[in-house]
Design a protein around this ligand. Sequence first.
Ligand code: FMN
Length: 174
Amino acid sequence: MTTRVLVAYATKHGATGELAEWIGSELRAAGLEVDVWPAKQCADIGAYDLVVLGSAVYMFRWQSEALDFAKRFERELAARPTWFFSSGPTGGTPDADLKLAELIRRQPSPPGEAGRLARRIGIRGHATFAGRVGEDMTGLFERWLPRGDWRDHGAVGAWSRSIADRATRSVVPA
Ligand SMILES: Cc1cc2nc3c(=O)[nH]c(=O)nc-3n(C[C@H](O)[C@H](O)[C@H](O)COP(=O)(O)O)c2cc1C
């Protein structure tokens, strides 16, 4: 039987949505059946065997749509293998480049409330991926950040394959 996967995400400027699509493509390539949806559009997750939930991080917080998703479906998520990812750190100055490298190496827990929800749900794992600051980021705090795209297709692919490995192994009888 094919494992059905939901990749749900919350994004403000699109970069995290693309990371979710990369994850979806990699899981599909591994033979899983995958839907990729904005978290706020998910009304029911009962049809899925496994869920990956990700959010862009702004001011040390997940986007409210991803937090709402985790709260709405807390019971269902606790009952199936669930992974989280956070998309955030960016570089562009020597100091930011160092912090970015350190965060990617250290792989912290999900920030704040997302971390508390992750513990309650009992997620299988969490990844922090580097993000993007695009030309469209012109808000009060946004315009001061160095522009660039630090997203790492290889890192996202490797993490997705590790999920697919565990998902496909778990349906093979011992
Ligand atoms: C105002 C602002 C605040 C941010 N705060 C954080 C933060 O606290 N932690 C973090 O890792 N990244 C932070 N970022 C980086 C964003 O998470 C990054 O640009 C991300 O790729 C945006 O994703 P999105 O395009 O899906 O919205 C911030 C970016 C902006 C513009």
